[in-house]
Ligand binder design. Structure first.
Ligand SMILES: [Zn+2]
Length: 312
C-alpha cells in the first residue's frame, strides 16, 4: 500500500509538472540548472573543468577528464580547506566554492576550465588558458542563449548554466565501478558468449549508472538482482548479479548514481558485475564505450557500437 500511495503521489506530481509546463507557469523560467554531481569513475568535460578548477586552487592534478583517485584526493583536500563535508564527491556544496570568476584578459587553469565547458556546448575553443576575444565572444553567445546578461564574464551563474546542462554531447558518463577499482584492460575483456562485459568485482562493491535514464529493478533466475536502465541516449543498459538493490523501480538516475551493490545472484558462478548495452534491437559491445569513458574521452554513439568482436 505504501508503494501504491507513493506511486500515486509521483503520478500527481508528474501531472502537476506537466500542467504547469503546458500553462507556462513553471516556478522560475530562468532558474539555474542543478550543479552536476561527480565522483570517482565519472568522466567527461565537466570532470575536466573540475580538475582545472582544482588546479587553480593549488591542487596539482592532471586535467584528463577522468575522475580517479588523484582527483578524489584533491577534492577531499579542497573540501577540508573550505570546511565542507570531505566526501570526495563534487556536487551542490562543492561547486560554488570551486568555480572562479574569469573574464577577458585573465589566464590560467580557471580559464582553461571555462573553455572546457564552453566547448561542451559546441564552441570549439582552444583550451589554452588564455581568455581572449574568442573566449569572450563564446561566453557572450552562451549567455544570451541562456537568457543571462551577455557580459562575457564567466561568474557563478554562468558557471552553473555551463556545468548544469549537457550541451551537444548530452553530458557526462560514469564508469559502472569506481575508476581505481579496475584497470582499463578489465573494461576491454571479451565476454564468454554474446556481446556483454563481465567485471570481476567482489560482493558489496557499489555499482553506478553509466548514463542518465530510468532504472527498473530486475529479479529473475538469469540476471539475479539487477537493473534495467532505459537511458536517455536510447539504449537499454542491464546490470546483473547484485547482492542488493539500491534504488526503487522507476527511479530517474544520472551518470554515477549508485544503483546497488554487486554480488553473485542469478546465473553466476562467482561474484562479478555483468553489463549489457542494447541499442537498435541488438546487443552491443560495451568495451569501446566503457574504455572511452575510462580514458575521459567522448564515447562513440551507442548505436555505432559493434555487435561482434567482443566475444572470446
Ligand atoms: Zn556475463
Amino acid at each position: 500500500m505504501r508503494t501504491r500511495s507513493g506511486r500515486a503521489w509521483a503520478a500527481m506530481a508528474a501531472l502537476c509538472a506537466a500542467l504547469m509546463m503546458s500553462f507556462g507557469f513553471a516556478p522560475q523560467a530562468t532558474a539555474a540548472p542543478a550543479w552536476p554531481v561527480m565522483s570517482n569513475g565519472s568522466s567527461g568535460p565537466d570532470v575536466g573543468a573540475a580538475q582545472y578548477l582544482l588546479r587553480s586552487h593549488g591542487h596539482d592534478i592532471a586535467a584528463d577528464g577522468a575522475f580517479g583517485p588523484g582527483t578524489e584526493n584533491a577534492t577531499r583536500a579542497f573540501q577540508e580547506s573550505k570546511g565542507y563535508a570531505a566526501d570526495g564527491v563534487i556536487g551542490a556544496e562543492t561547486w560554488p566554492g570551486l568555480v572562479v570568476t574569469v573574464r577577458e584578459g585573465n589566464s590560467g587553469d580557471a580559464v582553461a576550465a571555462a573553455q572546457t565547458v564552453l566547448n561542451k556546448h559546441g564552441y570549439g575553443l582552444a583550451v589554452d588558458g588564455q581568455f581572449g576575444p574568442g573566449t569572450a565572444s563564446a561566453a557572450r553567445s552562451f549567455q544570451s542563449e541562456q537568457g543571462l546578461e551577455a557580459d562575457g564574464i564567466v561568474g557563478p551563474q554562468t558557471w552553473q548554466h555551463l556545468l548544469g546542462q549537457g550541451g551537444s554531447g548530452g553530458g557526462d558518463h560514469s564508469l559502472p565501478i569506481a575508476r581505481d577499482a579496475l584497470s582499463r584492460d578489465h573494461y576491454g575483456a571479451p565476454h564468454h558468449d554474446y556481446p556483454a562485459l563481465d567485471l570481476p568485482v567482489g560482493t558489496g562493491t557499489p555499482v553506478y549508472a553509466v548514463d542518465s535514464g530510468v532504472a527498473n529493478q530486475i529479479n529473475n533466475d538469469r540476471c539475479g538482482l539487477g537493473y534495467e536502465v532505459a537511458a536517455d541516449n536510447g539504449a537499454t543498459y542491464y546490470f546483473c548479479h547484485f547482492s542488493a538493490h539500491g534504488v526503487g523501480s522507476g527511479t530517474r538516475v544520472g551518470p554515477g548514481a549508485q544503483l546497488g551493490l554487486s554480488g553473485n545472484t542469478g546465473n553466476s558462478t562467482g561474484p562479478h558485475l555483468h553489463i549489457e548495452i542494447v541499442a537498435g534491437g541488438a546487443n552491443r559491445c560495451p568495451q569501446p564505450y566503457l574504455q572511452a569513458i575510462y580514458d575521459g574521452s567522448n564515447p562513440p554513439g551507442v548505436g555505432d557500437l559493434p555487435t561482434s568482436g567482443c566475444i572470446e
